[in-house]
Ligand binder design. Structure first.
Ligand code: PMP
Length: 444
């Protein structure tokens, strides 16, 4: 029944419905530790971590028990104006403490990453209105950035694939070149020089648009879905400085990089930057329950809290501060801290990155190896290294499938292979991923 009906009634996200009917997605039936099992009983290491989110692995009993208990205590009640619930209060406290060193002071719960991005974009406009600058409505972001699929997030998205079918999007959104030394419009291969050129492009765009029209810059500290692009050390501090000088808010989209995946508790912390707002999701519950959170610095919070009725937040979701989700958050963060997951992410991330670089010496299809900051890594595949010709989709799929057959699930995205395994992964399990990829490339 499952195989027959897969993709018949079910439309799969980010997939062509007809293509999915012809080649139905793999059905995953179980998971344990860092391994997943498919409907045919084949078990592999999950080098994707669900979708960059299963930081704690699949077998954390404390999180499962917290969720089960909360289902019996209070499965749901609205947390819109007028009511809330104990887990929501506890979870907000836990999240704020988690990001206190990033200057975050207030927490607004959502149902996922796209909602968190949307919340930050909307509240950043409201922030400027409250401060008497209603002209500040535009958003700047980076090409190659991924910020979810709502209209706001798609508008600041830096990949046309996620925009083109849904135009017209939000007016007044501008994209700067990505910190992507392998390919960029300046043909600049030095990451520090490239950072300078992008900062200059930001300054030019501000001068052209007028600073008093721009609400916020939204950026991922490390661009995940865009191919794991790690900017130069100077990049985010420069962006912070430019934002400060022009009264522009800096939103750090930490949906992937937050909660330890980037080798520290937040991505921005790597570069010593304190954002004005943060969008989070994924690792906040490690995939055990769909939750996200938008976070606000003291500077932003005080404008809302000291305001008149215009400061009312006319924004929220039925499942904002869902009690079961909130119980999952508190349990997940306490486990994340207890296991000090960012340390293992940093160590195993280096092992993975070094291993991938060794693979690139062996397999010519690997054009560029990216990572080195925690457990997010990427391979950009090319059919010709000198010309950097993107590898065709059929060959990428063959590599992906052969790697799966050899013991590891990786993520094929365009002509990139992306990896973000659970942060609990062991040295031996990272070796399994590398061995499987080696076999996958050899076979394909
Ligand atoms: N922002 C970033 C940086 C993301 O990586 C993602 C999801 N991959 C999102 C936002 C959207 O999150 P969601 O899919 O949970 O809506």
């Amino acid at each position: 029944f499952l195989k027959e009906h897969n993709a018949r009634q079910l439309w799969h996200p980010m997939a062509h419905p007809g293509e999915a009917q012809a080649h139905p997605p793999r059905i995953i039936t179980g998971a344990e530790g860092v391994n997943i099992t498919d409907i045919d009983g084949h078990s592999v290491v999950d080098a994707v971590g669900g979708l960059w989110c299963v930081n704690l692995g699949y077998s954390n009993d404390l999180v499962k028990e917290a969720i089960a208990k909360q289902l019996y205590d209070l499965p749901y009640y609205s947390a819109f104006a007028g009511t809330t619930n104990p887990p929501a209060i506890e979870a907000a406290h836990a999240v704020q403490e988690f990001f206190a060193d990033d200057g975050m002071e207030r927490v607004f719960f959502t149902s996922g990453g796209s909602d968190s991005v949307e919340t930050c974009l909307r509240l950043s406009r409201q922030y400027h209105r409250l401060r008497g600058e209603p002209t500040r409505t535009k958003f700047i972001s980076l090409k190659k950035g991924y910020h979810g699929t709502h209209f706001g997030g798609a508008s600041v998205n830096g990949n046309n694939r996620f925009r083109v079918n849904y135009e017209p999007l939000l007016p007044g959104c501008f994209h700067l070149p990505a910190p992507y030394p392998y390919r960029n419009p300046f043909n600049e291969t030095d990451p520090a020089q490239l950072a300078q050129l992008i900062a200059q492009a930001f300054e030019d765009e501000i001068a052209f648009q007028g600073a008093n029209t721009i609400a916020a810059l939204i950026m991922e500290p490390i661009l995940g879905a865009g191919g794991v692009l790690v900017p130069d050390q100077s990049f985010m501090p420069m962006m912070r400085e430019i934002c400060d000088r022009h009264g522009i808010l800096l939103i750090s989209d930490e949906v992937i990089t937050g909660f330890g995946r980037s080798g520290d508790w937040s991505g921005a912390r790597h570069w010593g930057v304190k954002p004005d707002m943060m969008s989070t999701a994924k690792g906040i519950t490690s995939g055990y329950f769909p939750v996200g959170a938008a976070l606000m610095s003291g500077k932003v919070a005080e404008v809302f809290e000291g305001s008149t009725a215009d400061g009312t937040i006319s924004h929220g979701y039925t499942y904002s501060a869902h009690p079961v989700g909130a119980a999952a958050v508190t349990a997940c963060l306490s486990e994340t801290l207890r296991l000090n997951l960012h340390d293992n992410a940093a160590e195993r991330g280096t092992q993975l990155y070094d291993g991938l670089r060794r693979l690139s010496e062996k397999h010519d299809l690997i054009g560029d190896v990216r990572g080195g900051h925690g457990l997010m890594s990427g391979l950009e595949l090319v059919s010709d290294r000198a010309k950097k010709t993107p590898l065709d989709a059929a060959t990428v799929k063959r590599i992906h499938d052969a790697t799966y057959d050899a013991g590891a699930m990786v993520r094929a995205s365009g002509h990139n292979i992306l990896m973000s395994p659970p942060l609990t992964i062991s040295e031996a399990e990272i070796d399994t991923i590398l061995t499987a990829l080696d076999a996958g490339f050899a076979k394909a």
